[in-house]
Design a protein around this ligand. Structure first.
Ligand SMILES: [Zn+2]
Length: 421
C-alpha cells in the first residue's frame, strides 16, 4: 500500500507507484531505477522522484511493517529503509512502545543494581575490629572518600605501602573485617543491568534506533573493584566522615609491642620495595641482568634497614657502571655476569662498614618511584618535617616515629627497663 501526498498530480502518482514496483530480475530488487523514473515522468510534469518519496510512504502487508507490540503501522519512505526492514531479523517497536519498553528495561536494571548494592554493602561497625596498622592503611587509601566509593578497579592496583605482598595481606584483612568490599566479578544479571542502563542497545534493534537517546554516562556505571564499605557506629547517630573518625581513632590509639614491631617491618618493607624498584631501574638503564637471588634479597634487606634510598641509589649507579665495565673488559659470560651487580654492591658496602666510612653521596630517585599513600600519611602524623623517607633508612624512620607514636604502657615499661640495663 502506498500512501500518496495530497498535492500529487497524475504523473507523480504513477512515478511513486512505479518507484515501489518490485522485481526479481534486477540487482536492486526494484523494477525501475530512480534515473529511469525521472527520465520518464519529469517530462510529464512530475517533480524529481527523490523529493516525492519524502512526502509519501510505503506499507507492505507483512509483519515487519507493523509494531510487534501494538500493531501500529510502521511504513517506510525510501528503498534503503525498505531493504533494511526486510533484511532486519529483529522485533520492531513503534516509538511509544519502544519508550515504554525502554522504561521497563531501565526500571528492572535499576532494581537489580539496587538489590545487588544492598546485598554487598552492609553498613557495620568495623572500626572496633581494626588494629593500628589497619586503621592507618584504611585512612591512607580512603582519605576524603565517601562510604560506598570506588577506591580502585582491582585489589592489585590499590597501593597502600607499595610493597605488593604487604598490601595484599592488609587489604584481605580489611575486607574480612568488613571495611572494604571487593567485587571481583559482577554477576551476569548485574552486568546485563549495567549494560541496559549505561551501555548501548546493540543487542536489540529497535525501531527508533536512529533517534539517538540521551544515555547516562559511563561514569555512573557500576564496576568491579574495591569499595569503601559504609560504617555504622553504635555510640552516635551523628554523621561524620569516615576519614575524620579514622584520624581521631589513630591519634588516640596507643600502640602495642607487637604492633610496633609490625610497624617497623612495614617501614622496612616499604623501603626495601623501593630498592627492588631501583634494581629494576638499573637493569634497564645499564642493560645489566641482575639475578633475583637470595644474596640480593639479603643485601637489600640490610641496605633498607641501614641506609637511605637516596644514598643507595647513588651507590647502585656507581657500582653498576663499574660492573658493566668489568663485564665488558673481562668478557664475563652471562651466567656469571648476572651476579656481578649484587657482588659489586655487597663488596663495596662491606668495605665501607669495615672501615667505618659513611655513604655520603646521594642521587634522587627516578620520578616513577613515588611515595605510597601509607608513607605520606605516616610522615604527616609522626615525622614532623621528615616527609621524605628517601632520605632516611628504615631504622631512622622507626627511631624518629617512636618519638611521637603513643605507646602502650607495657611497651613504655619495656623500653624503660631496657634503658636501665
Ligand atoms: Zn507499538
Amino acid at each position: 500500500m502506498i500512501c500518496y501526498p495530497e498535492d500529487v498530480n497524475e504523473a507523480e502518482a504513477l512515478a511513486l507507484y512505479d518507484y515501489w514496483l518490485l522485481s526479481d530480475e534486477t540487482s536492486t530488487g526494484f523494477l525501475y531505477t530512480v534515473k529511469q523514473l525521472d527520465q520518464r515522468y519529469k517530462p510529464e510534469g512530475a517533480r524529481p522522484i527523490n523529493s516525492l518519496t519524502q512526502k509519501a510512504s510505503f506499507l507492505p502487508r507483512i509483519p515487519v511493517f507493523f509494531c510487534q507490540s501494538c500493531k501500529v503501522k510502521l511504513p517506510v519512505k525510501s528503498r534503503k529503509r525498505y531493504n533494511e526492514r526486510i533484511r532486519g531479523n529483529s522485533d520492531l517497536l513503534c516509538s511509544n512502545c519502544y519508550k515504554s519498553k525502554e522504561k521497563e528495561v531501565s526500571d528492572n536494571a535499576k532494581r537489580i543494581l539496587y538489590e545487588f548494592k544492598n546485598r554487598k554493602f552492609k553498613a557495620v561497625d568495623y572500626l572496633s575490629g581494626l588494629d593500628f596498622l589497619e586503621l592507618m592503611a584504611l585512612l591512607a587509601i580512603s582519605s576524603g572518600k565517601e562510604p560506598g566509593s570506588l577506591l580502585s578497579q582491582s585489589r592489585n592496583e590499590l597501593i597502600v605501602t607499595g610493597a605488593h605482598s604487604v598490601d595484599q595481606k592488609i587489604l584481605s584483612s580489611l575486607e574480612n573485617k568488613g571495611a572494604l568490599v571487593v567485587i571481583d566479578e559482577l554477576p551476569p544479571e548485574v552486568q546485563c543491568a549495567c549494560e541496559d542502563l549505561y551501555g548501548d542497545y546493540d543487542r536489540v534493534t529497535y525501531y527508533s534506533r536512529d533517534q539517538k537517546g540521551v544515555r547516562s554516562t559511563r561514569s555512573d556505571s557500576f564496576h568491579k573493584g574495591v569499595y569503601l564499605n559504609p560504617l555504622v557506629m553504635e555510640s552516635t547517630t551523628e554523621v561524620y566522615s569516615i576519614s575524620s573518625i579514622l584520624y581521631q581513632k589513630i591519634q588516640s590509639s596507643a600502640v602495642s609491642f607487637d604492633e610496633m614491631s609490625t610497624i617497623h617491618q612495614m617501614i622496612k618493607n616499604i623501603q626495601m620495595d623501593k630498592l627492588y624498584k631501583l634494581v629494576c631501574f638499573i637493569e634497564k638503564e645499564f642493560r645489566l641482568k641482575v639475578d633475583q637471588s637470595n644474596v640480593l634479597s639479603a643485601l637489600l634487606s640490610h641496605l633498607a634497614e641501614n641506609y637511605s634510598p637516596n644514598n643507595i641509589f647513588f651507590t647502585f649507579f656507581n657500582r653498576a657502571q663499574k660492573a658493566v665495565m668489568y663485564i665488558h673488559k673481562e668478557r664475563i659470560p652471562e651466567y656469571i655476569s648476572r651476579h656481578c651487580f649484587s657482588k659489586f654492591v655487597g663488596d663495596y658496602i662491606q668495605y665501607v662498614e669495615d672501615n667505618d666510612y659513611k655513604l655520603s653521596k646521594t642521587r634522587s630517585l627516578p620520578p616513577e618511584i613515588q611515595s605510597s599513600p601509607f608513607e605520606a600519611l605516616f610522615s604527616q602524623l609522626y615525622l614532623n618535617g621528615h616527609f621524605d623517607w628517601n632520605r632516611l633508612s628504615a631504622k631512622e624512620v622507626v627511631a624518629l616515629s617512636m618519638e611521637s607514636i603513643p605507646l602502650r604502657e607495657d611497651v613504655q615499661a619495656l623500653l624503660i627497663e631496657g634503658d636501665g640495663e
